[in-house]
Design a protein around this ligand. Structure first.
Ligand code: HH2
Length: 299
């Protein structure tokens, strides 16, 4: 076994913040948090078309919560490589009824996965508490929407746009460049009046990155966690298939390995499709480590 896999205790990093303020919710980050993915799209790379019907989506959301999700992330636009942009009206038609129905039935914070301020505003009005923005406030109105609602926000790194981001992505030093980008986006968010406690960052696994770039970033989650709590979204992604040879629906073992690795490197939140399996893996790792960051009580 590669000795780099054996992490000394001091490498297990604490998150920079112990809580995430998301509208009416305060999410304690003293243990790993699981964000369950609910894609209400016809074309998402692994679950596209499965939850398009609002009733089916709500049932799936309730199922993810029962499995242990701490947050539900609801998306109406696929951002897989090559995906085209969805008009605001269509994205809203997909996510708003699902967010509204879930907000009336559940207590866990709901997140909207969108790059568009119009979608974010309506989703927050419908009961969402978090804006998961893969463009890190790229829409000029987005910061004001987040500030006015006091919402939580995920600032993610992406190189280019989903339509062309995987066309030969190049970096000099991917970790340094992504870290500098995220630091600059945090500053921009603070300058726009968003509180530090509202901000979570994300290296954007698979967003304009080769497998080597993804691995380098996953190895450096601890460096990103110096800036703000880190969310990692690697679930079922293509680089796992490149390494293991598995197609999207066979990537759970690889996804679990990445999830645990990310936590050991200091990630605070995991964005995953397979909530039940991830919770069990996190719980087991917590017991093995006997370390506060990995104590998955209630997961
Ligand atoms: N990945 C996807 C979508 N949103 N948000 C964050 N913060 N981090 C991620 O890594 C991330 C994300 C892509 O995954 P998925 O939602 O499963 O697929 P699709 O974009 O095809 O709907």
């Amino acid at each position: 076994m590669n000795r780099r896999l054996i992490l000394p205790q001091e490498e297990l990093r604490k998150p920079s913040l112990s809580a995430w303020r998301c509208g009416p919710h305060t999410i304690s980050l003293d243990r790993p948090r699981i964000m369950g993915i609910l894609n209400v799209t016809p074309d998402s790379f692994s679950d596209g078309g499965r939850w398009l019907d609002p009733d089916a989506a709500v049932r799936r959301g309730l199922e993810l919560i029962a499995e242990g999700a701490d947050i539900l992330d609801i998306g109406g636009e696929s951002t897989r490589p090559g995906a085209a942009e969805v008009p605001v009206v269509e994205e809203l038609r997909r996510v708003a009824p699902v967010i509204e129905a879930l907000a009336q039935r559940v207590c866990v914070p709901l997140s909207v996965d969108t790059r568009k301020s119009g979608v974010a505003r309506a989703a927050l009005d419908a009961g969402a508490a978090i804006v998961n923005d893969v463009s890190a406030l790229g829409d000029p109105e987005m910061a004001a929407v987040v500030r006015e609602a006091g919402a939580g926000v995920v600032l993610m790194h992406m190189r280019g746009t989903p339509a062309e981001m995987q066309c030969d992505p190049q970096y000099g030093d991917v970790v340094a460049e992504v870290r500098a980008y995220l630091a600059a986006r945090i500053e921009a968010a603070l300058a726009a009046g968003i509180g530090r406690g509202q901000i979570v960052i994300d290296p954007g696994i698979g967003f304009g990155k080769t497998t080597a770039h993804n691995l380098a970033l996953l190895g450096a989650v601890n460096r990103l966690a110096e800036l703000a709590p880190v969310l990692v979204g690697a679930s079922r992604k293509r680089f796992i298939g490149e390494i293991t040879g598995a197609s999207a629906d066979g990537r759970l073992p690889g996804s679990l390995a990445v999830a645990l690795w990310s936590l050991l490197r200091g990630a605070a939140i995991l964005r995953v499709h397979d909530v039940s399996a991830t919770c069990a893996a996190v719980k087991m790792a917590g017991a093995l480590c006997g370390e506060v960051r990995l104590k998955a009580e209630g997961c």
